[in-house]
Write a protein that binds this ligand. Structure first.
Ligand code: NAD
Length: 473
């Protein structure tokens, strides 16, 4: 198979010929299976000019009709989940079942954005000197930057909010996973979104983001990815006073209390840990386990890690695919080696699998010293450091002690403890006795350096609206 991933501007597919291109790598083999076209500054200017027209066209369509079109786009996407899922697995590596779920969830987000568009309303304030109409307006053209780990769903959240609100959008997915967003953008256009209102561009990330953020026509910047890049983009947007939505990294503490069945807890948490090979911003990543159940918990968790079938995501038997790129493989190997060198015990995995593709064995470690990098840097891979605790207050200080504030987990059947820990965790999300997946019906966003704003929920359109105060005298 050889695929070409083109730029999508003004409804036209612009190929790589005459443009810079980059290979697209299948992480299960390490081989290229296609080429992605990179946008020049002229391409980006054309995308912006087209989005100016797209904003005019799309915002003039009633919210009710926008809602119908977004719901239709969801149907188009669902009608061929299989092709979209295969594209995703080839470029990102996740097992086909997880890719199918992601396509379905992306469709759910588009549908939800359409439903919320239909609920858009203004309000009247009875002010001291007369009525004031508080109008909601689409904020304008949105520049959306999204990563490779959930190449469709993370973009779908932004498309759903921006298009539901009546904005046009220029999307820059990761050039490592170009196909998934293209599939979704084409579904949107097929369903009736004006081709001017949706553009997809690829390229050198810094060049594209600098160019788009500084373009005066761009009104809003939304990004999902790492904290360092989020800071860079937020600073660039701040310099030209543009609002941002930032969904950034996490380093989720998991608190496993001594009252629970350690085997059941280990089964549930190993599943959450190794989903998408740990490359999830919500992934559990620091396991604080109460001393009295530590041994049994570790034994079962290690069994689960060793039993996982790791392989090519297109093989139906595969439970965990490769890491998405060579950079991730090197980063995980570095974090594990660093912990091992500092005295951590590697109880499962701890090494690359094979020489082809970017496979890394599901890894469990104990006796991890405080100075190990993995306790401070987001691992974003299939590694579980397990840390004992006896004193709850001291453990909570450690759990809350990093700059991250995205997801956290509590496992206990003690109601009092559940409430106490949930209240004390300084995180935008807490999962109690279960895993954590973001679905459209509820908002989710990071605290502290993990982000600004939420995505999803009945407020999904809010980051893409601005208010006009009309005093009616
Ligand atoms: P990275 O920091 O280089 O890039 C993260 C993402 O930002 C990538 O998709 C990349 O294409 C994009 N990016 C980089 N520079 C950009 C720029 N100037 N403008 C716009 N986009 C830009 O890291 P990486 O090696 O690709 O990914 C690993 C790290 O990314 C992890 O440690 C994790 O923190 C983070 N991450 C977080 C999420 C999330 O959902 N919060 C998703 C993916 C990656």
């Amino acid at each position: 198979m050889n695929s070409n991933f083109e730029l999508l501007i003004d409804g036209r597919a612009l190929s790589g010929s005459g443009r810079e291109r980059a290979p697209v790598i299948n992480p299960a083999t390490g081989d290229s299976f296609g080429q992605v076209a990179f946008a020049s500054n002229e391409d980006l200017d054309n995308a912006v000019a087209s989005a100016v027209r797209g904003l005019r066209e799309w915002r003039s369509i009633s919210p009710w009709e926008r809602g119908r079109i977004l719901k239709k786009a969801a149907e188009v996407l669902r009608a061929d989940v299989e092709t979209a899922a295969r594209t995703m697995t080839l470029e990102q590596g996740k097992p086909l079942g997880q890719a199918r779920d992601e396509v379905e969830r992306s469709a759910d987000f588009l549908e939800w954005g359409g439903e919320q568009a239909r609920r858009l309303s203004d309000r009247i304030v009875h002010g001291r000197s007369g009525r004031i109409e508080i109008q909601n307006h689409p904020i304008g053209i949105v520049a959306a930057f999204t990563p490779w780990n959930f190449p469709m769903a993370l973009a779908a959240k932004k498309f759903a909010g921006a298009l539901g609100a009546g904005c046009s959008i220029i999307s820059k997915p990761s050039q490592e996973t170009p196909g998934s967003v293209l599939v979704m953008a084409k579904a949107l256009i097929e369903a009736g979104v004006p081709p001017t209102a949706v553009a997809v561009v690829f390229g050198h990330a810094d060049q594209v983001s600098d160019h788009l953020i500084s373009a005066p026509q761009i009104a809003k910047v939304t990004f999902t990815g790492s904290i360092p890049i989020g800071k860079r983009l937020a600073a660039a947007a701040g310099a030209v006073i543009k609002p941002v939505t930032m969904e950034l990294g996490g380093h989720a503490p998991v608190i496993v209390c001594g009252d629970v069945d350690p085997e059941l807890a280990a089964d549930m948490l190993a599943k959450a840990k190794f989903a998408n090979a740990g490359q999830i911003c919500l992934s559990p990543s620091r396991f604080f386990v109460e001393e009295r159940i530590r041994e049994r918990f570790i034994a079962r968790f290690v069994d689960r890690a060793k039993a996982l079938r790791v392989g090519d995501g297109t093989d139906p038997a595969t439970e965990m695919g490769p890491l998405a790129n060579e950079r991730r493989l090197m980063a995980i190997a570095g974090l594990v080696d660093d912990a091992r060198d500092r005295g951590a015990a590697i109880l499962a995995g701890g090494e690359r699998i094979g020489r082809h593709g970017y496979f890394y064995a599901p890894t469990v470690m104990a006796e991890v010293p405080d100075e190990a990098s993995i306790l401070r840097e987001e691992p974003f891979g299939p590694v579980a450091p397990i840390l004992p605790f006896t004193d709850e207050a001291e453990m909570l200080d450690r759990a809350n002690g990093l700059e991250f504030g995205l997801a956290s987990y509590v496992v206990t059947n003690d109601m009092g403890r559940q409430q106490r820990l949930t209240a004390a965790l300084e995180y935008g999300a807490v999962a109690v006795n279960g895993g954590l997946t973001h679905y459209p019906e509820a908002p989710l966003g990071g605290w502290k350096e993990s982000g600004i704003d939420t995505e999803g929920g009945i407020e999904i359109l809010e980051p893409y609206l601005r208010t006009k105060h009309v005093s009616l005298g």
